[in-house]
Design a protein around this ligand. Structure first.
Ligand code: LLP
Length: 417
């Protein structure tokens, strides 16, 4: 459920016509709905009420300061994977004791920063990393709280590039080595074992991989406790999918219903790291039609947004619904919807049936709130698009469109030139 809807054939973000925003800030522009963002955080909160839990929003899905500020005001925590994300989360007012830190390549500087701020826990991805955390913590004369990220070897049944929970993936510690690794971790002087973490993949549309992987982790938790290793936090990662086309992913309440009974009397605090399911359908990317080009075999609708603004179709073959912002009664055409970038991989849709649009008219690329702007680049020296948040009748710029000067910020010409 989201708050983008048509009224008399015109697309609205909450109570604001999308055309108004495009006229005010130009295109391409990302538009986010405050009501949808809030609703999604609350849906997770409701799904787990009555059980101790922390919702740690996966910052990589969308790291805009205003969005993080909203989540912080709703009491959310954060799942971060870099010093930059940690900086953003803290700056948005997210409490350090609600921040978890994953990622296979944490540097010693990043580790020190997280220890300094006293985050909830590191989700450790290898024994090599654990040793580094121990070393850095020793230098700071403290103990670092950790969970080991366990790779449960469960197929999440999603796109291969966004699945993470199989043995062949670079993530986590293989489940069969877990006990041995926990023994080593609990003997380390500057490490405090506090949790277990798993995250098996993204855009999951079935509940069974969540349940199956959790059962494996719970068996491990029981074994650890029998060895006297205390586990306070069970972090089940993120991964709940959204509807891009006709997928029917589980609602957070369904996730709650299926997993809470398994956790009864476990005494743990649950950590959940949703990203996409919070922001995905809370954002759209609005673009303007530039040309309708008749190629020798097919039609190309060339628009002013490109793979640098939204890379998901190019790298995952991802489907995003595309709607004209103002509906017309014109006939349909079949075309590739492409951007101006000099790559054949620069497309937003392939062989898409769409109502004919004329030059200058607007299109909305739906479900673009997650891994949209956060994966945007300046490729082809294209300034990154503007971002706008709508709340009821109000709307505000939350990131201004980049300028050409922004493109060369930080570059310098050496004296020998
Ligand atoms: N926790 C960890 C440790 C993760 O690696 C991720 C996502 C999440 C939580 C959040 O997962 P979500 O709830 O958003 O599914 N760029 C890809 C998605 C990559 C996901 C990476 N990890 C895409 O555009 O589909």
């Amino acid at each position: 459920m989201n708050h983008f809807h048509f009224i008399k054939g015109r697309l609205y973000a909450e109570e604001v016509a999308v055309t108004t925003i495009a006229e005010t800030f130009g295109t391409p522009v990302y538009i986010y709905s405050h009501a949808t963002l809030t609703r999604h955080i609350k849906a997770y909160e409701r799904a787990f009420t009555g059980f101790p839990h922390v919702i740690c929003f996966a910052v990589k899905a969308n790291s805009n300061a205003a969005i993080l500020k909203l989540f912080s005001s709703l009491g959310a925590g954060a799942d971060v994977v870099s010093g930059g994300e940690l900086f953003r989360a803290l700056k948005a007012g997210i409490k350090a004791d609600r921040i978890v830190y994953a990622g296979v390549g944490k540097t010693s500087e990043e580790i020190a920063l997280a220890i300094k701020h006293r985050i909830l826990m590191f989700n450790v991805e290898s024994m090599e990393e654990l040793q580094e955390i121990d070393r850095v913590a020793a230098g700071m004369k403290t103990k670092a709280p950790i969970a080991l990220r366990i790779n449960p070897d469960i197929d999440p049944q999603t796109h291969p590039y966004i699945s993470t929970g199989l043995k062949k993936h670079k993530f986590g510690i293989p489940i069969e080595k877990a006990i041995e690794c926990y023994r080593i971790a609990s003997a380390m002087k500057n490490i405090k074992v506090v949790g277990i973490h798993k995250h098996i993949g993204s855009q999951l549309t079935k509940i069974s991989p969540f349940v199956d992987s959790l059962k494996r982790i719970l068996a491990l938790l029981r074994e650890l406790r029998s060895l006297g290793i205390d586990i306070k936090y069970l972090d089940i990662g993120g991964g709940v999918g959204i509807t891009y086309n006709d997928e029917r992913p589980p609602h957070p309440s369904e996730l709650g219903k299926n997993i809470l009974p398994l956790l009864k009397n476990s005494g743990i605090t649950l950590v959940i790291e949703p990203g996409r399911s919070i922001v995905g359908n809370a954002g759209i990317l609005v673009t303007k039609a530039l040309y309708l080009k008749q190629g020798s075999d097919k039609k190309f609708l060339i628009v002013d947004a490109a793979m640098n603004d939204l890379i998901r179709p190019s790298i995952y073959g991802a489907y995003h619904r595309i709607e004209p912002v103002v509906k017309t009664k014109r006939g349909k055409i079949l075309s590739d919807i492409v951007g101006p970038i000099c790559e054949s991989g620069d497309f937003l849709a392939k062989d898409r049936e769409i109502t004919q649009v004329k030059q200058g008219e607007l299109l909305a690329i739906m479900s673009a709130g997650a891994y949209g702007f956060s994966m945007a680049s300046n490729y082809n020296s294209r300034p990154k698009p503007a971002e706008v948040m709508v709340k009821g009748k109000d709307f505000a710029l939350i990131r201004k469109r980049e300028t050409y000067l922004d493109l060369i910020r930080g570059e310098s010409i050496p004296d020998f030139l």
